[in-house]
Write a protein that binds this ligand. Structure first.
Ligand code: IMP
Length: 506
């Protein structure tokens, strides 16, 4: 006879935290959000910890190299999407690893025969007022000069005038060698009252630009996720088919951690994939697995050797898996059961396998709930898709700015391998996700800062200064449907349509 779970499938929205005692020590400034990313033995430090409990989803519309750099700067980590060629994915990983904070590869460059009209068009497109001039107009061509807004007067000049005739030429520029440290570059900028400094190699090819404004911002990132060579850390999604080619390419490119990206991970294909990695790399390559939604699935993946286990089927905002296939489980119920299984496994074996709650976070307070229910960290798609740094277009829809956001199981992403189990037997493909818009919400940093200030504040209400303490002390209550209504502003007429200033609302 079929097995029935006693508990109904519940979502985050059906829970609230009941405050516990807060001592006078318990203030948001003292809260640490550091959390393990990969498995470790009792009493040992994990090989990788996140400085904030957020990772960005393994999705085309969320995690490219730009997102990865922005999120690592704030203390989280991106998993670069795997639904692209191995070369392209490895190149994205390499770009994150090569990125030197404060050293910019210029994206708006000019050839000497470009015109003033070209300058204005580039300025409009990229929003930069400083453009290097190189012999071939590329980012690493031989440096011939620079154009800033001080070099031209639109009202007095003909749009067809050539850049070579009004640029500041190379011989009048101050430049520095490519291996100059950021500190020295900054000193040169200050001593010479510059706005930018080009760094060139021995043949005078442009390598990077250092801007005064970037140095200032670089100093204010205390949580940066850096590896032992001070490079940003980055993850990457893999699948259960081409791992023998994809994994070596990603490792070679410098990926710090991998994750098997599958909508349903309680399968032999995940075991085979993890075993292949262990056989070829031992424990030096970290790999998470999933997704599962019950204790049995967790134990299976933990015993296969997964470095973390991802929880969630059908809760993602763009997900129609439950409708299409009738599989899944309420995210809160799944997370609570899996977290309990993780603790039991830890007691039995002394090995702590972190749990990631993936999908279905709608409001900021859902993050605190998920952490309280046992998640070590959270994977977020919709949340990050709304920011400047996500790879998708910002479009004006009926007067409001939106960002595009599409599921990996949508016809647009065509990532069918995420939805069949693996191996070489392909089933008939059908959609398990939609193509959508999400309200544009500005810069990642501003939003993450605000969200985490709420998380820290709630943790203090629960008397917790760390995530582990929150998990131990949290008191959770199921709310009735009537009290869910009471949870928002009610019985008043709002003066303006409000997201309570967060931009996080649906
Ligand atoms: P969100 O944060 O609620 O938007 O959920 C993001 C998560 O949804 C991802 O990390 C995936 O686990 C899952 N997901 C991504 N694309 C699809 C899809 O097309 N169908 C179902 N689930 C998806």
């Amino acid at each position: 006879m079929a097995y029935y779970f006693d508990e109904p499938s519940r979502t985050f929205n059906e829970y609230l935290l009941v405050p516990g005692f807060s001592s006078s020590e318990c203030i948001p400034a003292k809260v640490s959000l550091k959390t393990p990313l990969v498995k470790h033995r009792q009493g040992e430090e994990p090989a990788i910890s996140l400085n904030i409990p957020m990772v960005s989803a393994i999705m085309q519309s969320v995690s490219d190299d730009g997102m990865a750099i922005a999120l690592a700067t704030e203390g989280g980590l991106s998993f670069i999407f795997g639904s692209q060629t191995i070369e392209n994915q490895a190149a994205m990983v390499a770009r994150v690893k090569d990125y030197k904070a404060g050293f910019v590869t210029s994206d708006a460059n000019l050839a000497p025969d470009a015109t003033l009209a070209d300058v204005l068009a580039l300025k409009e497109e990229y929003g930069h007022s400083t453009m290097p001039v190189t012999d071939d107009g590329s980012a690493h061509g031989k440096l011939l000069g620079i154009v800033t807004s001080r070099d031209y007067r639109i009202s007095r000049m003909d749009p067809s005038e050539k850049v070579a005739d009004f640029m500041t030429p190379r011989e009048r520029m101050i430049v520095a060698a490519a291996d100059t440290s950021l500190k020295t570059a900054n000193d040169i900028i200050w001593d010479n009252k510059l706005n930018s400094l080009p760094l060139v190699d021995e043949e005078d090819h442009l390598m990077y630009m250092v801007f005064r404004k970037d140095y200032d911002s670089h100093k204010s990132n205390p949580y940066e996720m850096l590896d032992s060579h001070k490079r940003y850390m980055v993850g990457a999604g893999i699948n259960t088919r081409d791992y023998a080619e994809r994994v070596p390419a990603l490792v070679e490119a410098g990926a710090d951690v991998l994750c098997i990206d599958s909508s349903e991970g309680f399968s032999d294909w995940q075991r085979i994939t993890i075993e292949w990695i262990r056989e070829h790399y031992g424990d030096s390559v970290k790999v998470g697995a999933g997704n599962v939604v019950d204790a049995e699935g967790f134990r299976f993946l933990a015993e296969c050797g997964a470095d973390f286990v991802k929880v969630g089927i059908g809760g993602g905002s763009i997900c129609i898996t439950r409708e299409q296939k009738g599989i899944g489980r309420g995210q809160a119920t799944a997370l609570i059961e899996v977290s309990k299984a993780r603790d039991e496994y830890f007691e039995e074996t002394g090995i702590y396998v972190p749990v990631c709650s993936d999908g279905g976070i709608v409001y900021d307070h859902h993050m605190t709930l998920a952490l309280a229910m046992g998640a070590d960290f959270l994977m977020l798609g919709r949340y990050f898709a709304r920011f400047d740094e996500s790879p998708t277009n910002k479009v004006n829809v009926n007067g409001s700015y939106m960002k595009e956001y599409w599921g990996e199981g949508s016809a647009r992403a065509r990532n069918w391998q995420r939805y069949d189990l693996g191996g070489d037997k392909k089933g008939l493909s059908f959609e398990e996700g939609v193509d959508s818009y999400v309200p544009y919400a500005g810069a990642l940093k501003d939003n993450v800062d605000l969200t985490l200030s709420k998380v820290r504040s709630t943790m203090c209400n629960c008397g917790a200064l760390t995530i582990a303490e929150l998990q131990e002390k949290a008191k959770l209550t199921v709310v009735s449907s009537t009290s869910i209504v009471e949870g928002g502003a009610h019985d008043v007429v709002l003066k303006e349509k409000s997201g309570y200033g967060t931009g996080t609302m649906r």
